[in-house]
Design a protein around this ligand. Structure first.
Ligand code: GLY
Length: 357
């Protein structure tokens, strides 16, 4: 099974895609590590904990729980966990294993980044969304009331262990939420992946192992390449935000409870496609093809009663907004995007309205 190198100035590591790798987690711990803290949620640990516990046979470890849910992705639970780590003898030689979906990867990664000014983290993602995106690339953080991921840090992991077998028990809605990030990977840089998703929708939705392994490997390779080129989102990494600026506004506007992250990104990608077409960056033909592919993997929950004006106002608070200028990632063709700012506000509102229908 494939392994992809992520090479950043901070740290170089592998993102390994391998069925059953969770059962060998101990191999990826540093030889002289101190206390090992597994940070998970009660739900993930109930369903997948036995596999990781087997993988850590002979390695003493403590399991700590985060509350789960995007609306509880806040600083307060991390302070409680840090206190608990100190109570249980955690020190600068300790390490964290982040075991869960994207929220756990972000929060546990941030906990590792700030505990005693930084301890190592091993990322073990258990949802598709986390496997293809959140766990790779070192972005960690929590939400503020004013917006998503507004506190955080770059903290690259020791390694990312991606076990596609854990997806067999993932709830359907969570699985599809992750598929939207895979579609994003196709739109921004992987046209072959995009066409695979269009042509093999049934295999992908039925979680056929060959199809799952392929879409994960392609997405992870792409993400590893992008992060290795630009760790801190100064340039190329911005393309990974396709659909996210709009999507974050939708999540914040609906209190982080109505849409899963991937679902908000699905909506955000539709808004971005409309805007790409309205601004003359994308042909009508490619626009239709993208929208139809998104539809194959839909629908997301209803968008009723969400005012376009409120979403528009929230774009300004996104952390991708620089000196008051919102930067949009727009599609140029399937497999290529560009970053544009200074777009006429009327067009942005029109794109938001079209995507809300
Ligand atoms: N999820 C976008 C990034 O990692 O840059």
């Amino acid at each position: 099974m494939p392994s992809f190198r992520v090479e950043t100035p901070q740290h170089c590591y592998s993102a390994i895609v391998e069925r059953g790798i969770i059962g060998h987690a101990a191999q990826y711990l540093p030889t002289h590590t101190g206390k090992v803290f597994v940070v998970s949620t009660e739900d993930v640990w109930r369903h997948q904990g036995a596999a990781l516990a087997r993988g850590l046979t002979g390695i003493p470890h403590e399991v700590l729980y985060l509350p789960g849910g995007e609306n509880r992705k806040r600083l307060a639970p991390l302070e409680q966990l840090a206190e608990e780590m100190v109570r249980r003898g955690g020190d600068r030689s300790s390490m964290v294993i982040a075991f869960g979906g994207g929220i756990v990867n972000d929060m546990a990664g941030f906990l590792a980044a700030i505990f005693m000014r930084g301890i190592p983290v091993l990322q073990v993602p258990t949802t598709l969304l986390a496997q293809v995106d959140a766990a790779i690339g070192g972005k960690t953080g929590v939400n503020l009331v004013s917006g998503k991921n507004l506190i955080g840090s770059f903290h690259q992991p020791l390694a990312v262990l991606i076990d596609p077998a854990v997806l067999e028990t993932l709830p359907e809605r969570e699985y599809r939420s992750g598929l939207y990030e895979v579609i994003k990977a196709g739109i921004i840089r992987e046209p072959e992946l995009f066409h695979f998703l269009t042509e093999h929708c049934e295999d992908v939705l039925n979680r056929t192992p060959d199809a799952i392994d392929r879409i994960i490997a392609d997405s992870v390779r792409m993400k590893a390449e992008v992060v290795s080129t630009d760790e801190r989102e100064g340039d190329l990494r911005r393309i990974l935000n396709f659909g996210h600026t709009f999507g974050h506004a939708l999540e914040a506007e609906t209190g982080y409870t109505r849409f899963l992250h991937g679902e908000a990104v699905e909506w955000g990608m539709r808004a971005a496609v409309y805007l790409s077409e309205l601004t003359g960056h994308l042909s009508a033909e490619d626009s239709v093809e993208i929208l139809e592919t998104l539809q194959l993997y839909g629908p997301i929950p209803p968008l009723d009663g969400i005012p376009a004006g409120n979403l528009f106002a929230r774009l300004v608070h996104d952390k991708k907004t620089l000196q008051g200028k919102v930067h949009f990632v727009l599609a140029v063709r399937i497999g290529e995007v560009t970053v544009v700012s200074g777009i006429d506000e009327k067009l942005v509102l029109e794109a938001i309205r079209s995507a809300l229908v």
